[in-house]
Every structure is written in C-alpha cells, then in structure tokens.
Design a protein around this ligand. Structure first.
Ligand SMILES: *Cc1c(COP(=O)(O)O)cnc(C)c1O
Length: 394
C-alpha cells in the first residue's frame, strides 16, 4: 500500500466488493514495459485478447474494451443504442441500478423505474413478472430497452437474467436487454449469448482481479442493428470506429496497454483454474460468509436465498449501531477494509467482499476482523461467525 500514513504492519485486507485484490502475477504482467500501440506486437496481443475476452462473457459476438471505469461502459451501452426521448425500463435493485437510471435521465432518455418501494426492493432480486406485465401493456412498443443489474453490488443480490429474457419473450416485446454485470463477471456464472443479452456492461476491478481502468460492452447482432439508428451524441464511446480498428487488433485511440497485459494474465489464471471452479469457489466462500453472519445473529441484507450473491454479502446492523463507525474501527485496528452502506443503506449495513483473488483463509481473516471489531464496538453477537465459517469450509 501507499504509505501516506504511519506504517501498518502485515498485509492490508481489501474486502470491499471491488476493487478486489490484484494477484501478484497480474501486477507483474502490468509492470512490463509499455509498447508501441501501433506496432506488430501490440496487434497480436489485441487480436488474442479480443478473442479471449469473448469466452469470459460466453459470447461469439464482439466485445468492446474501453479505457474507462464501469460507469463509462454504462454510458457507452446507452448512447450506442438509443436516441433522445427514447423510453427504457429499468429495475430498482439498489444503488447501482439507481445510478444507472440517473445517468439515463441526464442523457435525455425517459427511464421508468420498476421495483418494490423503500428498502424492500433493495433486499430482493428483479421480479421478472413485473417486467413482463409492464411490457405487455406497452402495445405500441415505445420501450426500447430493458436495463437490469445482474449482481447488485450495493446489496449482495444476484438477479436471474434468464428469467428477465423469458419475460421479454413472453411479452413478445422487441426491446433490447441490457445488463450490468460489472461486479458479476468472472465471479458469478454469466452467459451473454445463452441468456439473449444485447449489451452486457462490465469493468476490470471486480471479478477480473485487475485494477480499475477497463470497461466492457459485449454486443449482440440486434444491438449492432440498433446502433445504426441510434442518434444520441457519441464520439469516444462510438462502437463503429472501435470495431473497425479492432479487426486488426488495434484501437482508434491509445488503449490502456499495461492493463491489457494484466487482462491477458488474469484470463490465463481464470481459465487455468477453470471458469466453473472459479464460480464454485465463489459460491463456497459466500456460503461460509453467510453462515458467519447467521451465527453472529445478524441479518443478511438479501432476503431471498435463491438470489444470494456469490460476490459479496451485505450485513444489517442492529438499530442504534452506525456501520460506518464500525468500519472505521475495523480499518484502524485490523487493517481490513469493508464496503460501506450505499444510498438508502448508509450507516445501516456494511458489505463483505469475497470476490476475485480470495480463498478460505483470506475470507476467515476478514471474518475474524469483523468479529473482533463488532465485539469491541459493543454489538451483541449470538455466537462465533468465524467458527461457523470454519466448520463449513473444513
Ligand atoms: C462498481 C460498479 C459500478 C460502477 O463502476 P465504476 O468502475 O465505479 O465506474 C456499476 N455497477 C455495479 C454493479 C458495480 O459493481
């Protein structure tokens, strides 16, 4: 870590749900000398990466790689497929869904927000029935896209995207399906083609184990068709010019060369472990984390077991305890970073990330820090979450 402050001994435990810890193999790859992004060596790397990344999204269609955070890739998805005044249907699962909707509003798109009121909608997954009912009423097909968040990082809920696809099909509606899996990619199973997604939005700093700085749009033929008619202003984000350059392994502007080295290494790591093994590891750690929360006698933020997130677990604190003051204590005493409660959950919940380069002992260390911190903070715990998690992982 950068030492801006007094030295903290031992390692830093980064357990926010992204950025996630970057493995040293990836850090070493990023440290290679930057090369000519118009030279032959770069073209080879570009061509290989643009093929490799398709396997991560489980798609045969093009994936655009931007030098941007995930937010940029959100904007790219909207401006490349829509025109001013278009109607879109979005679904309020939490803070990230809310931010994406706010962006749509700023871009001059009419975004309608579905979902349950108050905190209720923030504690469960997308209800595909609501989407189906709404689309059936739209007999004139005014709604141009349905936008949902796959893994809602503010709450720890992983919605069923195949069910959303089915809802759109049942309503016989032509809307595009756009999905944010910024925190789900390479941690939770995700199938761009099989689920019939038109644009998938993602980023580098979560399941992909890279630093922040790469944004992704996975496309479908239907999205490319919509792109031809979409008139929202776009320049840096425009897919067409990038796709032309990508054909030979290059980008129209200077790409993030060193992050692309890192991406190459990260994909090699994910594929050598095996994608299914990566997903199973995330599920196992998530289950152990939930066992800990339950043993503490605290409430898991997500209230629907079938959509528990393998990426992170949200923990509700009892009335009267400020989650941010607790996180501060844990950070200062144990050098452990936990996720803050976002939006409606500010001060009421914290989040434990168990994504990317995480194993049994890194999770147990984080749970130990939580348990010691909560005890020191005066939160009455029913039992030891660390022991419950160990039992599950043994
Ligand atoms: C992290 C995240 C974002 C925002 O991405 P940035 O890289 O911070 O711009 C959006 N949606 C979800 C679900 C996320 O987890």
């Amino acid at each position: 870590m950068l030492k801006l402050d007094a030295h903290a001994s031992g390692r830093h435990f980064l357990h926010i749900p992204g950025p996630s810890p970057v493995p040293s193999r990836v850090l070493r790859a990023i440290s290679y000398q930057t090369i000519d992004h118009r030279g032959p060596e770069f073209g080879q790397l570009g061509l290989k990466l643009l093929e490799d990344i398709k396997r991560i999204f489980k798609t045969k269609h093009p994936v655009i790689i931007y030098s941007s955070s995930g937010t940029g890739a959100w904007e790219a998805a909207l401006v490349n497929t829509l025109s001013a005044g278009d109607h879109v249907l979005m679904y309020e699962t939490g803070q990230f869904a809310t931010l994406w909707k706010n962006m749509a509003d700023k871009l001059g798109i009419h975004a309608e927000f579905l979902g349950k009121p108050g905190l209720e909608g923030w504690r469960r997954g997308v209800d595909a029935k609501l989407i189906e009912e709404r689309l059936k009423k739209d007999t004139e097909h005014k709604i141009k896209a349905v936008c949902v968040v796959h893994n809602e990082t503010s709450t720890g809920v992983t919605s069923n995207i195949a069910a959303v696809r089915k809802a759109i099909d049942e309503a016989k509606h032509p809307a595009l399906l756009m999905v944010d899996t910024i925190s789900g990619l390479a941690s939770a199973d995700y199938c761009h083609d099989a689920w019939g997604v038109d644009v998938t939005v993602s980023g580098s700093q979560k399941g992909l184990m890279l630093p922040p700085g790469l944004g992704f749009n996975a496309l479908s033929p239907k999205a490319l068709e919509a792109n031809k008619k979409a008139t929202l202003p776009k320049a840096f984000w425009a897919w067409d010019e990038i796709l032309v350059s990508n054909k030979t392994g290059y980008w129209p502007t200077t790409p993030s060369t060193n992050l692309l080295y890192g991406l190459h290494e990260a994909i090699a790591m994910i594929e050598s472990e095996g994608m299914d093994a990566v997903f199973a590891r995330h599920q196992r750690l998530a289950k152990a984390c939930r066992a800990a929360v339950t043993a503490w006698g605290l409430e898991i933020l997500c209230q629907e077991p079938e959509v528990y997130s393998p990426v992170l677990t949200g923990v509700m604190l009892p009335e009267g305890f400020d989650a941010d003051a607790l996180r501060k204590l844990i950070q200062e005493r144990y050098n452990l970073s936990l996720g803050t409660g976002l939006g409606k959950l500010k001060g009421r919940a914290f989040r434990i990330g168990h994504l990317g380069d995480c194993n049994e002992l890194s999770l147990l260390a984080a749970l130990s820090g939580c348990e010691m911190g909560m005890t020191a903070f005066g939160i009455p715990l029913k039992g030891s979450g660390v022991l419950a998690a160990q039992e599950l992982l043994r």
